[in-house]
Design a protein around this ligand. Structure first.
Ligand code: NAI
Length: 296
């Protein structure tokens, strides 16, 4: 099945780290975009973040001011979730919680056209499970971007038990049209990348808990000697500890409490303290002078 036409509307639900990036991508590809967030001011904050990111591209001569203005003009902030009704594709990027996602999609299904595709950007929750109560689970699929969405090339297209093959193919082709490298994956815990990446975070956290070395030392080692682009602690700060912890917890539960996937109490304490990483200004590192400036 071919990609969505670029003149059709894409709705993005959740305007945080991922939702804002996905909205930017869809608008850059030419789609009219509707961006909705349930919390006051969040959609405005998301769009302001896009504006700031694009401004840097303009300053570096990588985008013209006209292109930037046109891209931003294609992103409409919705104050009412019913504004997603015209969308041919809805991408959800809200909190990593099964019940909240299920409730949202039950609501969305009653608003959109019968042939609209419903997609989740979940990092780890079973796509099959999110779709369980839908009247038409065959049009439900995972469209998993990586952080930051406008930069990272990979998109996992995740089929649940009921996902129609054509729906997965359409989302695959659409992601490639948006300049991404798409890969088909199945609805298994953590899918591909988050499954492979779990030990990177988990073992680094354990080393830290056992006081073998501190985050800055471990990050410096893994980037300097290991050749990783980001050390595990800087990466968790970028992802957000609430999101990263929720993913670990969900993979741990899904694999019947397999010990190697056990979440870290140290990370849970960061979540409890509201030290969520870059987005809150504090995680393993401090970002009070602006995330980029303080990044290790
Ligand atoms: P975030 O915390 O930055 O943003 C979530 C946004 O959703 C917030 O603006 C919040 O106000 C909004 N929201 C929460 N509940 C809502 C609801 N019921 N209806 C509408 N809006 C609602 O989270 P982030 O990092 O953007 O993650 C979103 C999703 O993307 C999660 O499922 C996460 O697992 C997944 N993801 C996250 C990645 C990351 O590196 N942060 C990478 C890939 C996927």
């Amino acid at each position: 099945m071919s990609a969505l036409e670029t003149n059709t509307t894409v709705a993005v639900i959740g305007a945080g780290t991922m939702g804002a990036g996905i909205a930017q991508l869809a608008a850059a590809a030419g789609h009219p975009v509707v961006l909705f967030d349930a919390f006051d001011g969040a959609a405005e904050k998301g769009k302001a973040g896009i504006d700031k990111g694009l401004e840097k591209l303009v300053a570096r001569g990588k985008m013209t001011a006209d292109t930037k203005a046109a891209l931003l003009a294609r992103i409409r902030l919705a104050t009412d979730i019913h504004d997603v009704a015209e969308a041919t594709l809805v991408v959800e990027a809200i909190v990593e919680n099964l019940d909240i996602k299920r409730e949202l999609f039950a609501n969305l299904e009653s608003m959109v056209a019968s042939d609209a595709i419903l997609a989740t950007n979940t990092s780890s929750i079973s796509v099959t499970s999110i779709a369980r109560d839908l009247k038409h689970p065959e049009r439900f699929v995972g469209m998993h971007f990586f952080n930051p969405a406008p930069v990272m090339k990979l998109v996992e297209v995740i089929s649940g038990v009921a996902t129609d093959k054509d729906v997965a193919e359409c989302v695959f082709a659409t992601a490639e049209n948006w300049g991404k490298i798409a890969v088909h994956a199945k609805s298994t815990p953590g899918f591909i990348v988050n499954r492979v990446a779990r030990p990177y975070y988990a073992e680094a956290l354990r080393l830290c808990e056992e006081q073998v070395a501190d985050p800055a030392t471990l990050d410096a080692l893994l980037t300097g000697a290991g050749g990783f682009r980001l050390g595990p602690f800087a990466l968790m700060d970028l992802i957000g500890h609430d999101v990263n912890y929720a993913v670990s917890e969900s993979v741990f539960k899904a694999y019947y409490q397999e010990p190697r996937f056990r979440p870290s109490i140290m990370q849970l304490e960061l979540v409890n303290a509201g030290r969520l990483g870059r987005k809150s200004g504090q995680g393993f590192y401090s970002y009070t002078d602006g995330a980029e400036a303080a990044a290790p």
